[in-house]
Design a protein around this ligand. Sequence first.
Ligand code: GLN
Length: 194
Amino acid sequence: MSEAKNVGVLALQGDFREHKQMLERLGARVREVRLPGHLEGLGGLVVPGGESTTIGKLAAEYGLDAAVRAAYRAGNLAVWGTCAGAIWMAREILDYRQPHLGIMDIAVRRNAFGRQVDSFEADLEVEGLDAPFRAVFIRAPEIVRVGEGVRVRARYQGRVVFAEQDRLWATAFHPELTGDDRLHREFLERLVAS
Ligand SMILES: NC(=O)CC[C@H](N)C(=O)O
């Protein structure tokens, strides 16, 4: 990468440190975002996995949901939600009422891959990548509906686990937990330099 990109990780709850480390290894300047003011000057924001109800409540309490929505609509923020982060981004969450960002035209079902298997790994064919991506699923959601402007980039057993809409990404899996940094690299490369 020729120039450092300014990117944030939402650091309210969940495994934001793993994302931060991976982004820093790729040469990005990474800021932990806990308050609306921390969004200033960022080209992208990664929302980690964790517990989507907790993330949603804390984000609402600190005014971060409104601030992220505004920054996205102003046209200068890319947002990537992973697992709980993807749930937070979804317009619709099946069966639950919880505060969320709701900017991405998808519907998700939490904990969609069965109670008996809390976590598993799988090699996914991801559109745009030339070799399979080892994906870690931990009590993962499924993307059950995608709107018209949404591109499906990966499925697992026919179910959507990676969706892209404009500057928004939602992955049901955890791309920060293996050494494979191809998606973090692509996310950074696409950001407008700031
Ligand atoms: N690994 C994760 O982020 C799990 C998400 C969690 N099951 C939720 O619904 O919030």
